[in-house]
Write a protein that binds this ligand. Structure first.
Ligand SMILES: [Zn+2]
Length: 105
């Protein structure tokens, strides 16, 4: 088992677990019970942790989560100067009239 990440938000760790499982990576959450023990154990050691069961999955899991946190290639929508149509960020020209993207992205 290898620890992939730690976060103070259990719902967020649960989301990451879902992402990994959808990619076929078996993983578990540790410290998902925050109640009890806080008087003796430093709080940081009680944060939810995401672990992969198979050591060889660690690199892939890390990459998946990194991509999740840093979405690349996703840009804001822009409005066509020619016809006023709203285009998704990945389009370099208006899908409606073909005017080139001028929003300066
Ligand atoms: Zn247009």
């Amino acid at each position: 088992m290898k620890r992939v990440t730690t976060d103070d938000s259990l719902p967020y760790v649960g989301l990451l677990k879902n992402v990994l499982e959808q990619s076929g990576i078996a993983c578990v959450i540790k410290n998902d019970q925050l109640s009890g023990g806080l008087g003796e154990i430093p709080f940081l050691e009680c944060l939810p942790e995401l672990w992969v069961l198979e050591d060889q999955d660690l690199a892939r899991a890390t990459t998946l989560l990194k991509n999740l946190e840093e979405p690349s290639g996703i840009t804001a929508q822009w409005r066509c100067a020619g016809c006023g149509e709203l285009n998704d960020g990945q389009f370099a020209a208006c899908w409606h009239c073909g005017t080139a993207d001028t929003h300066g992205g």
